[in-house]
Design a protein around this ligand. Structure first.
Ligand code: C2E
Ligand code: MG
Ligand code: MG
Length: 707
């Protein structure tokens, strides 16, 4: 049959086709083989298959399945082989193949039955695909998902996955943070858990899907708003691209930031705004006032002699004092006013608009009164006065720096004017402050060159009214003289103590000046005692004024004892004048210093009485001899009822405590009659004599003795 016969051409064509098939079989990325059912021998294999088991396309032919893949593997796949041959169904399985090259591969094996026309199974095709990479990738993915799951659980921060804004996964910390269960959150819109005002931004980020971080506000189940930071990334999760958001609770951070801001803007001791905060606020208020045309008042408050309290009574007392003062200032102000601690013992007050300077002055007066009240600190009663300077906007200055500077200058003038007062800024104060600086450096020179002189003012006893009370003042008995210092300035002539004593106190120059005064006064008293003109042996006691700093210097009483000894004067020839304020500080120390002086025979007098805040109980406990009624009360006598009442009360109180009472600054006969009628024991003043240099005093004393 021509059909059955194959001519040479046909044979060549067949060979070519076979060659094509072989090429194809060796090119596909699949290992292919054919095994006979009978005998299980390999009838065909492509190169990939043969090499997988260490053969080539030719020498594998005729080998049994067990010989090719090994006994163990053959036994393992027997169930598949069986079902393919017996049931004529395809089978597929995965297994690992330890390749001839030593590498273990994961392969997918498919077995296809070869069924004859008669329905008999004659063999099976084997197709093997290397799926090693595929499996590895899968395993890696599984691992990373597991890692992510672990990480989500281990993280302390909230983590949420969402797709298109719908929540697909959350971790326990986030559930904790927001107060929901997993079921309550899955499948819901992320926006439902965001505070309304923060939703727009979140929606934008969901839509644009950038990798970003931003602050937002989440909502707890109970409605609490929770400030959070979102860190947003796109990530593979659950087999697809999802959005991962780390939810960081930033409440602590915000609190810390607020604390830092508070610290930066507040004074730790008093809790008041500090300089920085005040200047910021001042700038704002000035801008508002410029727009509205309103005026503002700025007060610069500095405590008088605060450093001494701090140094002598300790920082604990100083701190308590500052806190109390801060509270008192705050209490004295009204809504809209601002108080700040500017540093040290300085406070600034910005007054909201008020009806002009008189209203501001009223606040100043109120502050002077309330700050000056004594207070208990560290078991002692202390008091401190403020010096207040005021500058008004826009009259005195237009910028914040200038306003503060002018209030400061006004405060400085309040200090040099005697402290414990409120002064308004005036043009020219800056020059005055400069002049004061010049005075200060000149004063230091004056101390070195001893440019001081003493003037003396007599004091005379007052007889009982009606008994010689009408006699001329000069006729009354001489009690002593008060030594009053003057500065013999080379250009300016004699400068009064009110002009330089406050400055000398502030700069501690009062110590050498005070020592000089004491020595000079004692030397003078010794000279007078020896003076024949005054009658041998007649002592004229001399009174010396003390400054707070002198009295507070440790060993002050010893210094006085030495001065007495060096001069040859007895203690009874010396009277020391203290002010009420000096008695206020530390009662124990004051009492022991006074007791020692008293033992020496020194007379102790409280000067300028009535201007301080000494309590009666306090005076009662101290070894004192005299009170001098301040001359401001005498000036109003006898017309001013208030002055009369105060002077009378002081006399009665002084006598009640067994003290002598001296009226100072008596200028007129009616004044003298008034104080005499009240029962004052002595007087001092222009009516009797002005303060005078020693030669004039000696003359006056001679005249007085003759009378
Ligand atoms: P003070 O101790 O109250 O002295 C009395 C002041 O009143 C003296 O002023 C005196 O001149 C003045 N005076 C006396 N009689 C009258 C009068 O009838 N009318 C008027 N208007 N004034 C009268 P001075 O000398 O200017 O002294 C002022 C203050 O300076 C003294 O007040 C005293 O506190 C202080 N001072 C004076 N010398 C010294 C001193 O050596 N050391 C210290 N620490 N302070 C002194
Ligand atoms: Mg005096
Ligand atoms: Mg006085």
């Amino acid at each position: 049959m021509p059909d059955d016969r194959v001519d040479d051409d046909g044979l060549a064509r067949l060979r070519a086709e076979l060659e094509h098939l072989r090429l194809l079989a060796n090119t596909v990325p699949v290992a292919i083989a054919y095994y006979e059912a009978e005998g299980r021998t390999c009838r065909m294999a492509n190169r990939r298959y043969a090499e997988m088991f260490g053969f080539d396309e030719r020498n594998i032919i005729g080998r049994t399945l067990a010989a090719v893949i090994g006994d163990e593997a053959a036994a393992r796949i027997e169930p598949y082989r069986h079902s393919v041959i017996e049931q004529q169904t395809a089978a597929a399985y995965e297994r690992e193949v330890a390749g001839a090259d030593g590498i273990t591969r994961v392969v997918e094996v498919r077995l296809l039955p070869h069924v004859e026309a008669g329905g008999r199974s004659v063999g099976a095709f084997v197709l093997i695909t290397d799926i090693t990479h595929h499996r590895r990738a899968e395993a890696a993915l599984r691992e990373s998902e597991e890692r992510l799951a672990k990480f989500m659980h281990a993280s302390e921060e909230g983590i949420v996955f969402h797709k298109g804004g719908y929540i697909t996964d959350v971790n326990p910390p986030l559930l904790n943070l927001l107060g929901y269960t997993m079921d309550e959150m899955l499948g819901r819109l992320t926006l439902e858990f965001i505070a309304p005002e923060a939703q727009q931004k979140v929606a934008e980020v969901i839509a644009a899907a950038p990798e970003t971080r931003y602050d937002s506000v989440a909502l707890h189940k109970d409605g609490t708003r929770i400030p959070v930071q979102f860190i947003v990334r796109t990530m593979q999760h659950q087999g697809e691209q999802q959005r991962l958001t780390i939810v960081r609770d930033i409440r602590d951070r915000l609190q810390a930031e607020q604390r830092i801001h508070h610290h930066a803007h507040h004074d730790a001791l008093t809790g008041l705004p500090n300089r920085l905060a005040f200047v910021e606020r001042l700038e704002r208020r000035l801008a508002e006032a410029r727009a509205s045309g309103e005026s503002l008042g700025l007060m610069f408050i500095d405590l008088d002699h605060f450093k001494r309290i701090n140094d002598s009574l300790g920082h604990g007392v100083g701190d308590t004092l500052l806190k109390t003062v801060a509270q008192r200032i705050t209490d004295a102000l009204r809504m809209g006013d601002t108080v700040a601690r500017f540093g040290g013992d300085e406070f600034l007050v910005l007054l909201a608009p008020r009806a002009g300077a008189p209203a501001v002055a009223e606040v100043g007066a109120r502050l002077l009164a309330t700050i000056g009240e004594p207070l208990m600190a560290g078991g002692v009663s202390v008091s401190v006065t403020p010096s207040i300077g005021v500058a008004m906007f826009p009259q005195d200055a237009v910028t914040s720096a200038e306003l503060i500077q002018h209030a400061d200058q006004a405060m400085y003038r309040a200090k040099s004017g005697g402290r414990a007062r409120c002064r308004f800024f005036e043009p020219g104060m800056a020059e005055a402050a400069l002049a004061e600086l010049a005075l200060e450096s000149r004063l230091a020179l004056a101390v070195r060159q001893s440019e001081f002189v003493l003037h003396f003012q007599p004091q005379a006893a007052l007889g009982p009214a009606g008994l010689g009370g009408r006699a001329p003042a000069s006729a009354s008995r001489l009690l002593g003289v008060e030594a009053l210092v003057r500065w013999a300035h080379p250009q300016r002539g004699l400068v009064g103590p009110d002009e330089f004593i406050p400055l000398a106190e502030a700069r501690r120059l009062i110590l050498p000046i005070g020592t000089w005064v004491l020595k000079e006064a004692l030397a003078a008293a010794v000279r007078w005692r020896a003076s024949a003109a005054l009658g041998q042996g007649v002592a004229v006691p001399v009174a010396v004024n003390l400054a707070m700093l002198q009295f507070q210097t440790p060993g002050f009483a010893d210094m006085v004892a030495q001065a007495l000894e060096a001069s040859g004067a007895e203690g009874s020839m010396l009277e020391l004048e203290l002010t009420e304020r000096m008695l206020m500080s530390d009662l124990g120390e004051v009492r022991s210093a006074l007791a020692r002086l008293r033992e020496m025979g020194v007379t102790i007098t409280v000067d300028d009485f009535g201007t301080g805040y000494t309590s009666l109980a306090h005076l009662k406990d101290l070894p004192l001899h005299r009170l001098k009624i301040d001359r401001s009360f005498i000036a109003g006598l006898p017309e001013d009822a208030g002055s009369m009442a105060i002077a009378r009360a002081i006399v009665q109180m002084g006598h009640g405590l067994g003290l002598q009472v001296v009226a100072e600054g008596v200028e007129t006969a009616p004044q003298r009659e008034a104080v005499q009628a009240m029962g004052c024991d002595a007087l001092q003043g222009h009516l009797l004599a002005h303060p005078m240099p020693e030669p004039q005093l000696l003359q006056w004393l001679r005249g007085h003795a003759a009378a």
